[in-house]
Every structure is written in C-alpha cells, then in structure tokens.
Design a protein around this ligand. Sequence first.
Ligand code: GCU
Length: 608
Amino acid sequence: MKAWLSRLSADLKNPPASPAELARFELDHALPGTAYTLDPVPALGEGYCIRRRSDSSVIISGGPTGLLYGAYALILRMLSGEGIPDVLESAPRYPLRMINCWDNADGSVERGYSGRSLFFEGGRLSYDPFRMRELGRLLASVGLNVLCINNVNVHDPAQQLLENMLPEAAALADLFRPFGVRLMFSVDFSQPMRHGVSSADPLDPAVRAWWKAAAERVYQAIPDLAGFLVKADSEGRPGPFTYGRNHADGANMLAEAVRPFGGVIVWRCFVYNCRQDWRDTKTDRPKAAWEHYAFLDGKFAENVILQVKHGPFDFQVREPVSPLLLGMKQTNLAMELQLAQEYTGHQIDLYTMIPMWRELFDEIPENNIMSLAAVSNLGRDENYTGHPLAAVNLYTYGLLAWDPAMEAESAVSRWVRLTYAFDPDQERTLTALLLSSRRTYEKYTAPLGIGWMITPHDHYGPNPSGYEYDLWGTYHKANRDAIGIDRTAAGTGFLLQYPESLRKKYEDPETCPDLLLLFYHRLPYSFRMKDGRTLVQRIYDDHFEGKKETEAMAEILEALPFPDPDREIILSRMELQKRNAREWCDIINTFFRRLSGVDDLHGRVIYD
Ligand code: GCU
C-alpha cells in the first residue's frame, strides 16, 4: 500500500480543504506534465467523466467528490501504464462504501492483525494527522467513503465519542472531509442508562428524547457524520429484546433521532444464540438471522440499513450467501465482508478475497443490496495492513464496492502493477499466486464447507473438535461413519430459507457443489463425490495438495524481486504459513483417519 501511496507524491502536511481543490493538488503533483481542466457538474455527484481532447489534454467532469475520484482514476491509470480511453464515465454502484474498524478506545483492535489502533490509545482519541490524511487518500483513491472508527462492541470508554471525545472526533472528521470520507460511530444501545435514564427501551419517551438530544449534539459537532452503527442483542451486547421489543423498534427509534441531520442507522443482523447447548439439536445457528429479521421486512425506517454478514455463520472460509440477503426485498440491506483475516490466516497466511466475493456477488440479484461494508484490516503498522500483500484485499474491496461487476483477475493485476514495478511475467506470476491463495488456504483448513475446525477464540491454526462441545452453535458431529449436519427440509430446515432455485441446487448432495457439501449435508465418509472419489479421500487429497501448494508459493515468492521491507515481511510470514499448512494438513488428516479407519489410497503419511 505504501508503494502506491508514495507515488501520489503531493505533500500531505497541509492539503486543500475541499475535494475539488484536492483533486487539482493531487493531479499537479502526480502528473506534472498533463494538461487538464476540472469541470464541476454537481449533478454527477460521486460520478465522473474523463474525456481526452484531440490535443491530448484532459477534461474531468464530476460533482465535488466525483472530481476527486476522477482525478485518482486518471492518476492511477496513468501511473499503472493502463492509460485512459477517449471517454471514461464512471459512477459508484453503492452510495455507502464502508469500512468498519473494530478499534477499542484503549488502542487495541478486535481481530486486528496490523498493530494497534490508528485512532485510539489509552482511552482517548490519539492519532497522527499526517497518517489520517494518508489514510484518507488511501480510501478515496479506491472510492471508499465511510469510515466507522470504533468497535461494534462498544467497550468503555468508547461511548465518550458521543460526549467528551466529540471535539477531537470533530477534528478527525475535518481531516477526512477533503477526501470525501465521512466518519461513523458504533453506539451502545444502552447508552442512555449511563445518564440517569432508567431503561434503554426503544419505546420509552425518555429514551427517545435522550437519543434525539445526543444526535443533535453529535451533528452539531460533525454535520456530515454518516450515522451510527449498532450491534444489539448479539454476543452479550444490550438491545431491544431486554424490553420485549423487536429490532425494527430499536433501529427505527435511533433512525428518528438522526433523520433530521441526514444520518443513517446501520443495524447489524449478527444475532444468534451464543449460549447454545451442544446437546440441543433443534437450534441451528445459520437459521438465526432470518428468524430474527425476515418477518420484519418492510418495517424499517427509510434511513435504516440492515447490515448482514455475507454468510449465515461468521466469515468462514466457505459459506453460502446468507439467505437474508436474498429475502428482504423491502428493506435497505448492506452486505458485510471481513478484510481482517480472522478465520483466514491472520494476515500471516496469504488469502486474497476477491475470488470469494465474486462468488457471492454472482449469487445475489443486482438490486438486493444497496451498500457494502467491510471489517477493516488496517492498523498502525507502517504498511497499514501488517502483511504487504493483504493490502490487495482493501484495494479490490474498493473496486468492487464501486463496480460489483469488476473481474477478480483484472482487479488483482491492477493492484500488483500499481504496487510493484515488476516485469509483465513477474506481474502475471504474482497475480496468479494471489488469485489462487484463497483456494490453497481452503484446501488445508476445514474441508468442504464444514468450517469451525479452527483454534477456538484466537482463530488461527487447527483444532478439529475445539468448538464441538462449546456454546457457539458450531458443530460438525463427526463420528466413525459420517460428518455434518443435515440442513435440508428433512434436517434442520435451514435450506427452506432460500429461494426455490437455490434450495433445489443445494438440497440434493448429487447436485450440491462439492465445496459446500458439508455445509448442508450429513454424509458418510464413503459418499461418492462427483469425480468418483470418496468423501474422505477428497479430504485427504485436498489437505496434501494445500500443503504442497503452500510450499510452491514460498518458492515463487522467494524468486520475485520484492523491495525491502516488503520482501522480508513476505518471506518471514511465508515460513509461518508453511508451518501452519503442515499443521492443518497433518492434524485434519489424522483426525479423519482415526475416526474413519480409512487409509489414504496413495499411501501418503497420515499419523496414527
Ligand atoms: C465474530 C468475532 C467477534 C466479533 C463478532 C461480530 O464473532 O469473533 O470478535 O465481535 O464476530 O461480528 O460482532
């Protein structure tokens, strides 16, 4: 990330205050010889149109932020050698393109793998203004426009963002404003109770009045705050259920408070029973979001957006698309992705996400979602993302949020070209490696959509039964004959939440894609896959392959001319990834062989 940022060479010590002036400033510094005209067309909003004239000068038309996005598009295309066509028109598909930071006021970052918080330290806001501008540039250059700075789990004293911390938060918002980036705050649903209000009941007039006053105070300080993000009744957070109210009551109450100021309430749907008894076979966690929200379709205020994790569980390596994203036609929906590699290698193992996102987008009808959010992978590390190659996920997320039709390969190769000055062969090699990295990680970790064979809580490395008797509703129920949970109509009925075409595709193990088989079905190890292999043989093969591919990746990376310090970080993390892949491969294969008693057909080493 640093590499391409450094090409945008304009000094950020004292940049102009408006996006349009900033556009000029960036163009003058990054493309000194290029003649251009900025043509403000407010109606274009965030969109832009770049036209090349016969004398090869350029006109960029656009609304205020559109001019800035147009400037970055021009700069990045010129710097990458891609150039521009005679006319290039573009506008973002989603109005809100959000980054959700899970940063705590004490400076730690929940599920953060890139160092400490960029915004907080020691219970207060504490940031380097220069890095904030650099971050603003980073986000704007890929079209991202909303930054929620604090964790959805609002731990003390982050509530102070609406109170004592407000003046400093307003100064932070000032730093991001020229980049077209608006702040957002995660709020604690029970916050009125810290101020002498006796409940947080959304229908209680005293509660409503408290939130109205809070919104007024906040919007006076930050008039363009995007809104509030809320995690309620989820994993111990307070919410409307305590008062016998539903989530439309809760979200609409907050929506009313921010509506006069043009704010939105982004309400997360990550609600499930996290105190499940593993003996209970009736409850099936993937069903939970639908059960809590589907019946409320059409009941949410216009400025409420329900934010739904992309899969029905929780950011596993492979999950089907959440049925809620397909079902709620009369509600504003945002899909939530996770750039932070919580279950996907902690920014140690390589895991390029866009191939996975493409699969999701290809399942969701064009008009079902109106916004995108992604849990941040950013932190105070010098390179922002811990692993230099993890930056590809932030970049490609931005491209997809702008244009969900973006192809995975061209997005990744653009990033490679902008980041490293490689020759075309090297560029192709790194692009191919990054594109294959998700499948490799998938091969050596939990097999065929089963998920959750990861070390509990920390979520790095294997522990096949670590979650098996726990409270989280994440069970594989492997015994000596079979593994998985039947989620068809004959089983838990989860599949009934899908539209018919998808239900049909998944309900029969013969037509269900192999890689999702164990998400939907309980199957014997002897089950014949589409290519004739048995289920257990497929598991062995994938794991051996995943380990081998990781070793091959290490050799490829070693041979590429990465500049320092990237090279050192990339190669040292690759050593850790190789160790991790070996551990996963051997433990998962041993687990299944011990249970099933089936030997590997090819006689490779599986431990007793
Ligand atoms: C996961 C994650 C938590 C996080 C939660 C959420 O469960 O492990 O750290 O708080 O998701 O999305 O709210």
